[in-house]
Design a protein around this ligand. Structure first.
Ligand code: UD2
Length: 324
């Protein structure tokens, strides 16, 4: 049984990872519940939840001096690019300073650590148009969010080379699946669509706002494949000091995405077209050969991932209906 710390562990990706590991391991979750929710976490004796911020130095010192962890997943972040443009200093404290502070706490206290895995983002590639993105492609971070992710990622990798701290980093492409919070306008687009589909099925008036003409494309990766990749990277010796893209290696445009979900649910989602978002990247696609070399094989393409997501949402909707 390993001891695992997951920061941001009540959020979408973090809670799925926490529920996955808490079946067989002891998991500690730290989350300030700014985007995540305690209800995402399964109740088990193996899981300990701490409400707090990764920027709270006293709290982080206490946690990292009291327990020796085998694995640390640092997923806590303000994931909104727009928020980082509006509040660069505040988001820098969470997206960069917390990582640096964690690295130092690990260097000074975590002597048996097997891996510290840091969640970075495809945002580091910016708008340079060459596709698919390889880990060694041109890096052009354009926003405080992307700059912080890239700088933090560099420190994480460097701590392996300089101090022999076992680290790895991942660059998430567009992750989707159950528990993704659709509340913010900068939430993952599929979670926003799913929210509108649910309203439509409940016969409420709704429209999905498409920014641009819907020809922009993304490499959408289903959460279960992300968990597979994180587990493989965290446990592989070849991934020490390395950075990996996590995607599927296939992209789909938003129009096709809507028509695929329309077909699945046998409805027609009303769409209202607006100006494209400023700073929006037209196309994004991961080259996943590097992560495949540690054993990753995506199990879901966009169609089968959406099928699973939709059936989860429909089952939940029925449950909600019964509860009311
Ligand atoms: C993703 C990440 C972001 C950053 C970025 C790097 C998510 C949720 N966000 O942003 O954190 O890493 O990649 O490039 O994974 N859209 C609509 N209507 C809506 C919402 C979105 O048309 O209501 C469009 C949006 O303008 C964009 C596309 O959908 O063209 C995808 O948007 P997103 O926010 O899900 O993800 P992205 O790729 O902009």
């Amino acid at each position: 049984m390993n001891n695992i710390l997951i920061t941001g562990g009540a959020g979408f990706i973090g809670s799925t990872l926490a529920n996955f590991y808490s079946k067989d391991h002891k998991v500690t979750v730290i989350d300030d519940l700014s985007m995540g929710s305690k209800s995402n976490l399964e109740t088990t004796a193996n899981l300990c939840f701490i409400e707090g911020s990764v920027t709270d130095h006293e709290l982080m010192t206490e946690v990292l001096t009291q327990t020796q962890f085998d694995y640390i997943f640092h997923l806590a972040a303000i994931a909104s690019v727009a928020d980082s443009v509006a509040r660069p200093l505040e988001t820098h404290q969470i997206n960069f300073d917390s990582v640096f502070q964690l690295l130092e706490l690990v260097r000074n206290n975590q002597f048996g650590l097997k891996r510290l895995l840091f969640a970075s983002s495809a945002a580091v590639y910016g708008d340079e148009p060459t596709l698919p993105k390889q880990e060694e492609s041109v890096i052009r971070p354009l926003t405080p969010y992307a700059i912080d992710k890239f700088a933090a990622e560099k420190y994480v990798v460097d701590y392996y080379h300089l101090y022999d701290i076992p680290t790895s980093a991942v660059r998430f492409f567009n992750v989707y699946g159950p528990k993704q919070n659709p509340e913010s306008p900068y939430s993952g687009v599929i979670s926003i669509m799913m929210d509108r589909y649910k309203k439509l099925l409940n016969k409420e008036a709704t429209t999905f706002t498409m920014f641009g003409d819907g020809t922009q494309s993304r490499d959408f990766v289903f959460i279960e494949d992300v968990i597979q990749a994180l587990n493989l990277i965290a446990t592989s010796q070849d991934s020490l000091g390395e950075v990996y893209n996590i995607g599927t290696g296939e992209a789909i445009d938003l129009n096709k995405l809507v028509s695929t979900i329309n077909d699945l649910l046998e409805v027609d989602l009303p769409i209202c077209y607006e100006e494209e978002r400023s700073g929006d990247i037209k196309h994004s696609l991961a080259d996943i050969s590097k992560v495949k070399a540690v054993g990753y094989q995506p199990k879901y393409n966009i169609k089968s991932g959406l099928e699973k997501y939709v059936s989860y949402e429909l089952a939940n909707r029925d449950k909600e209906g019964l509860d009311n």
